[in-house]
Design a protein around this ligand. Structure first.
Ligand SMILES: [Zn+2]
Length: 95
């Protein structure tokens, strides 16, 4: 991960443990997509639950690894939205 944004100078390195919250974003997105896929494929396309189990389990392992950086970005954006004062100071002090 870059130390700061090339465009605006926003520091990506927040306080220690800041990105732990992104785990919730990642887990939530994985859960929502898995549940939606299960329900749609099971009820809409009559796919056997055993097939869905074997199909969606690898998804639950691979998707969080793919989505890792996007979850971090979403967590950072959420914090920026809810607590913009610290980001304003960060951006202005780094210029
Ligand atoms: Zn930026």
């Amino acid at each position: 991960m870059l130390a700061k944004c090339d465009a605006c100078g926003l520091g990506f390195e927040r306080e220690p443990g800041f990105y732990l919250g992104s785990i919730y974003v990642n887990y939530g997105m994985t859960s929502i997509l898995t549940t939606a896929a299960y329900v749609v494929l099971w009820l809409g396309f009559d796919v056997a639950p055993r097939s869905l189990l074997f199909g969606l389990t690898p998804f639950c392992v691979v998707f969080p690894m793919f989505f890792f950086r996007y979850a971090r970005a979403m967590w950072l954006a959420l914090d920026c939205r809810l607590d913009p004062a610290t980001f304003r100071d960060d951006v202005t002090s780094s210029r």
